[in-house]
Design a protein around this ligand. Sequence first.
Ligand code: 5GP
Ligand code: ZN
Length: 133
Amino acid sequence: MKNDCIFCAIAAGEIPSFKVYEDDLVLAYLDINPFSKGHTLVIPKAHSTGLLETDDATLAAVIARVKKVAAHITAKLGCDGFNILQNNGEAAGQTVRHVHFHIIPRWAGDPLVFENHKGDMDALKALAEEIRL
Ligand code: 5GP
Ligand code: ZN
């Protein structure tokens, strides 16, 4: 665990999150400022900064969980597709320096442009309970 890392603190349970899935290796939780309904972040519990700093075995395990959670969210929310987003470095828009994969549910014809909207905490709490795996 890295001391000043907000996602390490979430993984350790020191900062609350709207959990969607957890196992020994990864945690998945709702993004507090979602692009779309069900926007979920999947992180390895062990700290690394980005894709290039994460060992291959961890990445393989994490992407398998991304697939599992994305399939579950698709079934639960009835979305028509989803984007996987994974930012590396400030220039690429990475704001939290703990490697993470975004699962962004999409609906046919939705007008999504990639802008965060301020999350409603009560709605996020209820949604995490609804879609938890
Ligand atoms: P990045 O831009 O680094 O790829 O994505 C970081 C994401 O983390 C953003 O979409 C932001 O809304 C989300 N985020 C930042 N702080 C927190 C937090 O404390 N809790 C949760 N659930 N999401 C966060
Ligand atoms: Zn971390």
